[in-house]
Write a protein that binds this ligand. Structure first.
Ligand code: SAM
Ligand code: SF4
Length: 434
């Protein structure tokens, strides 16, 4: 019987994509996927280092797996992704039960590293930035309706709080042909809703092609019903992208546009490249150009030196812009970033109080946005039966809002259905099929 692997993923959509590629690479090497770590011969933790908390979670999980390794010494344990890139070989000394450390550019080497570890080769680390991650192996999202395709790697923006440029390297865009080929491969595997991912997708450039051109080319392949993208940087969000969003067809009316802060001084210290007023104008323009746009964002509180008044400016702008939803974070100092060395680092107590206030405000706004959908008929792509059971199905609107609705015998994953919304909570719309 084939040896089996299990992958646990932490962090963002890029990591979900990387895990789907790791799945394809390990399946291609002859291993079978196992549903849980307990029964697997190879366990991969694909890690996130963006905030201290995410890093602690994955390292905590690694600690927990010590018992499993002790009970089955033949088990191969691998740590991949951003924490592997950040901490490197030192992890092998710190966690002697760990066999493999593979950084963000070393995924393609994982099957070889696993083979060597299974053969008794001893612990190994690979964290080079070799740009050799180009094997034509497409991500494996089989059995899923929604999948991700990376259009670029790395980031050149160096926002002062962010570790991404250090653990993912400089920006490199994939060719439109490669991106399109991977979207087509996902579609052949049953994926109907593709999100193009990158740390800053709208700075995509390959020869003459910018991101809006890439979207056009992928949409023209006409193989998926929905096409989305994440994340856009406000400073690169121009008219061609808004026009692509307004164009209908598979390109969905959803824009994730991280604000981060409402104070110009803090935005400057963050090196974000826009002012609060410029962001406001961009959000207003996007809503004016794209009918029915769902606008979501990321906001950080407690950046070093953020005064109470500057925090209130963030609250005021969030109240004004009324994002349909937002991810809210308290600033987490990441070693090696500029912001970690700034004076005025705030106590956790202050950060938590501010975060709590921001979450309460955003929850009210999100509830209002969802409430406004009650009585409307929306197009929902079914993803699968709802965990609630009782014939209920789970799906998403074009704006990516989660919907629970009553399915019937004919409801199938990937199908598009018109659903009349009858109720809304902060997290979900509830409706009936028309
Ligand atoms: N590239 C995207 C952008 O520019 O917005 C997002 C990438 S990052 C993985 C996702 C979000 O994590 C960021 O938008 C930011 O709000 C948050 N983030 C990044 N570094 C952080 C830090 N050190 N502390 C708290 N939040 C952070
Ligand atoms: Fe990090 Fe800024 Fe790059 Fe986003 S744009 S990944 S926040 S450095």
């Amino acid at each position: 019987m084939a040896l089996s692997f299990h992958i646990e993923t932490y962090g963002c959509q890029m990591n979900l994509y990387d895990s789907a590629r790791l799945r394809a690479l390990l399946s291609g090497a002859g291993y079978a996927e196992a549903p849980a770590a307990a029964g697997a011969d190879i366990v991969v933790l694909n890690s996130c280092a963006v905030r201290g908390h995410a890093e602690e979670r994955v390292l905590g999980r690694l600690g927990e797996l010590k018992g499993l390794k002790a009970s089955r010494p033949g088990l191969v344990l691998a740590l991949t992704g951003c924490v592997a890139q950040e901490l490197g070989r030192a992890l092998l000394d710190q966690y002697p039960h760990l066999d493999i450390v593979a950084g963000t550019e070393s995924y393609d080497h994982l099957p070889e590293m696993v083979r060597e570890a299974l053969g008794g080769g001893g612990p190994a680390a690979n964290t080079g930035f070799c740009s050799c991650d180009h094997r034509p192996v497409h991500a494996d999202f089989s059995g899923r309706v929604a999948g991700y395709v990376a259009v670029m790697k790395g980031c050149d923006n160096f926002c002062t709080y962010c570790i991404v440029p250090y653990v993912r390297g400089r920006e490199r865009s994939r060719s439109p042909q490669d991106v399109r080929a991977e979207v087509e491969a996902l579609a052949r595997g049953g994926v109907r809703d593709v999100t193009l991912v990158g740390q800053n997708v709208n700075s995509y450039r390959y020869g003459d092609a910018g991101f809006a051109d890439l979207l056009d080319r992928v949409a023209a392949a006409d193989v998926v019903r929905r096409l989305r993208f994440i994340t856009s940087h406000p400073k690169d969000c121009g008219e061609p992208l808004l026009a692509a969003l307004a164009g209908g067809g598979p390109v969905c009316e959803h824009l994730h546009l991280p604000l981060q802060a409402g104070s110009d001084r803090i935005l400057g210290l963050m090196n974000r490249g826009y002012t609060a007023e410029q962001f406001r104008r961009l959000a207003e323009r996007a809503r004016a150009v794209v009918p029915g746009l769902v606008l979501t964002s990321d906001v950080i509180v407690g950046f070093p030196g953020e005064s109470e008044d500057e925090f209130r400016q963030t609250l005021a702008l969030v109240a004004d812009l009324r994002f349909d939803a937002a991810f809210t974070y308290r600033y987490s100092a990441r070693q090696g970033t500029k912001a970690a060395a700034l004076p005025g680092q705030l106590d956790d107590e202050v950060k938590l109080r501010r975060l709590d206030e921001l979450i309460k405000l955003q929850n009210l706004i999100t509830a209002g946005s969802n409430q406004a959908d009650v009585g409307r008929t929306v197009e929902v792509m079914a993803e699968g039966p709802s965990r609630k059971g009782g014939g209920q199905w789970f799906g998403r609107t074009r704006g990516s809002k989660p919907v629970v609705f009553d399915g019937d015998q004919g409801t199938e994953p990937g199908g598009l259905y018109l659903v009349r919304i009858i109720e809304a909570t902060i997290g979900t719309l509830i409706g009936n099929r028309c």
